[in-house]
Design a protein around this ligand. Structure first.
Ligand code: NAG
Ligand code: NAG
Ligand code: NAG
Length: 430
């Protein structure tokens, strides 16, 4: 039988645990400095070593941090707590159905009722269920130039069953959601360490190491010719508005049209718009989608336009899912990749996001370069909240990307190779 607790003690425990920051002791010194972590590319995913020996996969659209390495006797968060309520807000469709069958948060006054959270695997689309708890994560404080000292901070995480790791790289032990939701990693870091609700991602290419910085601050790196460039400030001066989809916490941005070689690609008016009421359409960032993936009514005119703009270049057999491949020796080489027609995303506000050859073509073997875009399957485009374009990881690689959750803006540096540097240069900071 459970020993009964004094009602006042129960009440104060509830109050402590329901504060969004919790009261779990931090082992590291409180820092008001941003933190840095290295990013590794593992198959087509990007992981961060913030949980010792159990790396987490970055999911820009994910709302929780979850792991399969919760200790058996972990601390449990009560059902009737505000943190349990926020953990169960805006669940992905596949999780909403599991949650409806399970315990409803907040219905119980029972202090022994443990909060259930619904961790989501963005690679398989599977949803699991597990306790919400708090564990220490670790990274290094930074001044934007070098790592200063290790920092450990308590973070609410969902415990997940081992089976939820399907389709994630073998080394990974969970997912770090980076969305704008209250229990994402950047939101929790901002509250816990009292730093800006802003983060920077520099996704590395295969075999290289990149870096992420949470909490704002400068982001400096050596460039060649020698000099130090504060990329973060340059990007902040030129921000682009992020759009919100009320159905989820992912990052959307407005694209008016697409051009190849300065010629507009013929897509229907409104094809790229976000329908806020239905939660469908629009252009959304994803770090778990290897190549930018477009709905067929946008993909087909785009690939046709690129095909026409490259008609003189010898072809090679397609390598699924990539449908348009070339002999790589036929391209000249530039600092921003193979010399080929640029693709412009014409953004809201009249600015362009230009994708040069290094972002539009991918080297798949020694002799072959392919058009690095994919087409949504009919099932994908019919799914709940399906966007028009998923802006994928390859097109973000070797760019410094800044997400400001306070101002709701983002910015991208453009291919760092064009500035004679790369994400590997930031990695020395981790
Ligand atoms: C923090 O720095 C140490 C020493 O440089 C390094 O071993 C560790 O991996 C870093 N932690 C993260 C999360 O990048
Ligand atoms: C817990 O439940 C009680 C009774 O339903 C309610 O009055 C109280 O506000 C709840 N506390 C929290 C933190 O939700
Ligand atoms: C943006 O791209 C379009 C299509 O390539 C071009 O016509 C336009 O001049 C560009 N605008 C700016 C501001 O560069």
């Amino acid at each position: 039988m459970m020993p009964s607790l004094h009602p006042l003690l129960v009440l104060s425990l509830l109050l402590l645990l329901s504060s969004p920051l919790g009261t779990l002791a931090d082992d590291g010194q409180p820092s008001s400095k941003p933190i840095v972590t290295t990013i590794h590319k593992d198959s087509s995913f990007y992981t961060i070593p913030v949980k010792d020996g159990a790396p987490l996969v970055l999911d820009l659209a994910g709302s929780l941090v979850w792991t399969t390495t919760c200790p058996p006797s972990h601390h449990r968060v009560p059902c009737n707590s505000s943190v349990c309520h926020v953990a169960n807000r805006n669940l992905p469709a596949s999780c909403a159905s599991s949650a409806n069958g399970g315990q409803q948060p907040g219905n119980s006054d029972d202090p022994n009722c443990a909060c259930a959270a619904y961790p989501y695997n963005p690679a398989s689309g599977q949803c699991g269920s597990g306790d919400l708890t708090a564990v220490p994560l670790s990274a290094n404080a930074t001044d934007g130039k070098s790592p200063l000292f290790p920092v450990s901070f308590s973070t609410y995480v969902a415990c997940a069953p081992g089976g939820l790791l399907t389709s994630l790289p073998p080394g990974a032990a969970g997912v770090a959601g980076l969305s704008r939701m209250p229990l994402s990693l950047p939101t929790q870091v901002a509250k816990r360490l009292k730093v800006a609700k802003e983060f920077a991602l520099c996704l590395p290419g295969g075999g290289e190491t990149g870096a992420a910085i949470f909490g704002g601050g400068p982001f400096e790196l050596p460039s060649f010719p020698p000099g130090i460039v504060n990329f973060a400030d340059a990007i902040r001066r030129n921000p682009t508005r992020l759009l919100k989809n009320p159905k989820n916490g992912a990052y959307y941005f407005g694209v008016q049209g697409i051009a190849v070689n300065q010629v507009a690609v013929p897509v229907a008016a409104g094809a790229l718009a976000l329908d806020r009421r239905q939660g469908t359409g629009g252009v959304v960032f994803s770090t778990v989608t290897p190549y930018t993936t477009l709905r067929s009514d946008v993909y087909l005119p785009l690939i046709n336009a690129f095909d026409a703009a490259t008609s003189g270049i010898p072809r090679r057999k397609p390598i699924p899912p990539l449908q348009l491949c070339y002999e790589s020796s036929a391209f000249s080489s530039t600092r921003v990749g193979p010399g080929v027609a640029n693709i412009d995303l014409m953004l809201d506000g009249g600015r362009n996001w230009t994708l040069p050859g290094g972002s539009s073509l991918v080297q798949v073997d020694g002799a072959t370069l392919c058009f690095a875009f994919d087409m949504m399957s009919p099932e994908q485009s019919a799914a709940a909240n399906a966007p028009a374009i998923i802006f994928g990881a390859y097109q973000m690689e070797n760019n410094l990307m800044l997400f400001d959750l306070e101002k709701s803006t983002f910015g991208a540096s453009g291919l760092l190779s064009g500035m004679r540097t790369g994400c590997y240069n930031f990695a020395s900071m981790g």
